[in-house]
Design a protein around this ligand. Structure first.
Ligand code: CAA
Length: 373
């Protein structure tokens, strides 16, 4: 029922806005409201905290459906999940009750701030943002970059070093709220794709955060950050899969209608075999994603491995299928009048964020053979 409702919403309200959202590079408040009104912003949040109490499998299928038409809009749902997960995973009962209902209802937007200018893939070793305890507060200093929805977020889960000598136990997690003194939004990135999703720098300048907003114990932040990625990478895999599936649908319909040498181009082997490969890759990626989502639902011991494999496979499929979709449409595919051009630009980020494809391979191989020294 949820998926049927999402398909209708996407067809009626999201798909007609997709090109304009990309063109204007604006966060689509109307689409966020639409998702909030239809309870799509808190699917995996338990009902006791105001969410739908749905499965991760439902959640990824919803992200996929939206991404078929508009990758920027799908990111509203995916980043609401990413931003709330540190609270769901690391928060106390009081913090969950304080923050999650407003995130589930869409009254508040959530974001996740891990990345820094010199700390992307090496999230732990190169983190510089500091949090120093002062009475009942922490004083945060530093900058985060590439923060999706950072400029529209009301609550941001921020990771900062509390003990530089303690390695993976020296990072703590905090909920920083909009309006807190010393917290501001810096530069907005101009991007190749997902242009309706604001990506910004966040600045912490003697930002005072109550100790009551620390998630988990001091020093537990990095583990919380990693556990979050285990459950959020499938959401990005779903976005990637949706982009690929949307491009494949468009290219298939085009190949049935466009005539060359007296018949539809899809019936020429050169194009027909491309479509066959695209379809096979999309369905293979879908099976891997749904299995990863089931692992999230079961809290399976190998969820880290599956989340990374799904992100790796779906991201690569998104890039190759959208590139081929542009090829099937030929010159029209290269024009912004047709959606596959936008889809190809949107696909690229799914090979980069929430851990590059190289980081996914590192995580997968470590799960297989260990890290070593
Ligand atoms: N669950 C629980 N604990 C975990 C974990 C997991 N999945 N992964 C690692 N840890 C623990 C380790 O067990 C280790 O603990 P101990 O020190 O107690 O042994 C600790 O965390 C440090 O782990 P590693 O030794 O593996 O650390 P590392 O520095 O060698 O590697 C990494 C870590 C996997 C490379 C990690 O830094 C990483 O994932 N980097 C990529 C960062 C990333 O994905 N960023 C995405 C930003 S968000 C985003 O992009 C969203 C968006 O815009 C939409």
């Amino acid at each position: 029922m949820i998926l049927q409702m999402v398909r209708e919403l996407v067809a009626e309200k999201v798909a007609p806005r997709a090109a304009e959202i990309d063109e204007k590079e604006e966060f689509p408040q109307d689409i966020k409201e639409l998702f909030a009104q239809n309870d799509l912003l808190g699917i995996p949040i338990p009902a006791e905290y105001g969410g739908l109490g749905g499965t991760f499998l439902t959640y990824v299928k919803v992200v996929e459906e939206i991404a078929k038409a508009c990758a920027s809009s799908s990111l509203i749902v995916a980043v609401q999940e990413l931003g709330m997960l540190p609270i769901l995973i690391g928060g106390s009962e009081e913090q969950k009750k304080r923050f999650l209902p407003d995130i589930a209802s869409g009254k508040k937007i959530a974001a996740y701030a891990l990345t820094e200018a010199s700390s992307g893939s090496d999230a732990l070793g190169s983190m510089r943002t500091r949090a120093e305890r002062k009475g009942d507060s922490y004083i945060l200093n530093g900058q985060k970059i590439w923060i999706t929805n950072g400029s529209v977020a009301d609550v941001v889960c921020v990771f900062a070093v509390t003990d530089p000598s303690a390695g993976s136990r020296g990072v703590s997690a905090f909920v920083v709220e909009k309006g807190m003194k010393g917290f501001s939004v810096g530069k907005k990135e101009r991007k190749m794709g997902i242009r309706g999703s604001p990506t910004v720098e966040l600045i912490f300048d003697d930002c005072e955060v109550p100790a009551a907003n620390r998630l988990g114990e001091e020093g537990e932040g990095f583990k919380i950050a990693m556990k979050v990625l285990d459950k959020s990478r499938p959401g990005i895999a779903a976005q990637a899969l949706g982009i690929a599936a949307g491009a494949l649908d468009y290219a298939t319909n085009y190949a049935k209608e466009r005539i060359a040498f007296g018949k539809p181009i899809g019936q020429h082997q050169g194009v027909g075999f491309m479509l066959a490969d695209m379809k096979t890759e999309v369905e293979a990626a879908r099976m891997m994603l749904y299995e990863a989502a089931r692992k999230c639902d079961e809290n399976a011991p190998d969820v880290t491995l599956w989340a990374s494999m799904a992100k790796l496979k779906c991201g690569d499929v998104a890039m190759s299928v959208t590139t081929d979709a542009v090829q099937v449409l030929g010159g029209f595919g290269y024009s912004s009048e047709y959606p596959v051009e936008r889809m190809m630009r949107d696909a690229k980020i799914t090979q980069i964020y929430e851990g590059t494809q190289q980081i996914q391979r590192l995580v997968i191989s470590r799960a297989m053979v260990g890290k070593g020294k």
